[in-house]
Design a protein around this ligand. Structure first.
Ligand SMILES: [Zn+2]
Length: 114
């Protein structure tokens, strides 16, 4: 049984006591518990993302202003996306043989940064 279920049961029990002040305190506790459960979920997600980023970081090779993964040199990946957001984004070669990050090209951040 989780903290939310326990709080719900406590509220049911307190309602039987007909004590408004106690009920308000239990409701406040339930609200705080809900916020903590949400925050805990967000933190777990962030920890997973960081663990994944650390695994990837160990295999990244920086070369020609781009990142590649492993000995097979999968890539190239956008160095700006990785360095700022820990996102692996493939670069795309255009008809003039320029490599572009579609995210920065789309958001027009490419020119601002470089
Ligand atoms: Zn990018």
């Amino acid at each position: 049984m989780g903290v939310i279920d326990t709080a719900r049961e406590a509220i049911t029990l307190v309602q039987k006591l007909d004590n408004v002040e106690l009920l308000q305190k239990i409701l406040a506790l339930q609200s705080d518990a809900l916020k903590m459960v949400e925050e805990n979920g967000e933190l777990k997600t962030k920890v997973r993302e960081l663990e994944e980023a650390f695994k990837i970081k160990d295999s990244l090779v920086f070369e020609n202003n781009s990142y590649y993964i492993g000995e097979k040199k999968d890539g190239p990946y956008c160095s700006l996306c990785w360095d700022t957001d820990r996102r692996l984004v493939h670069l795309h070669k255009d008809e003039a043989n320029w490599w572009w990050c579609l995210i920065h090209q789309k958001e027009k951040h490419y020119l601002k940064v470089y």
